[in-house]
Design a binder for this molecule. Sequence first.
Ligand code: ZN
Length: 132
Amino acid sequence: MNKIEHIGIAVKDITQANSIYTKLLATEPYKTEKVETEAVETSFFKIGESKIELLQATSPESAIFKYIEKRGEGIHHIAFAVENIESEIERLKAEGFQPISEKPKRGADNKLVFFFHPKSANGVLIELCQEI
Ligand code: ZN
């Protein structure tokens, strides 16, 4: 693991959240992107070496929609940058972390992403991401 790549925050209204985080960080989002496969709209802010990712559901089927229904808005996941996602996945599986899917997939911001279940990491959804 190299660094915290980003922290993902689940929001109800990304337009409203963009304006809040623009004020907070004194910078505009450097990109916004819809990820159809996850049914989310995202925006990214750079903050030093790390980023903040805001996520709004675009459908009630989205994991973000369900998350907000259950827990309200807030920190959704922490993403770690890795160089070799396959070997990191194998390492964490061997350590007993519970994967959410079979294979890494293409996520927002030109990354391969993979998730481990919050119940294996003290309530925190863990994302691994590798630059494509
Ligand atoms: Zn993320």
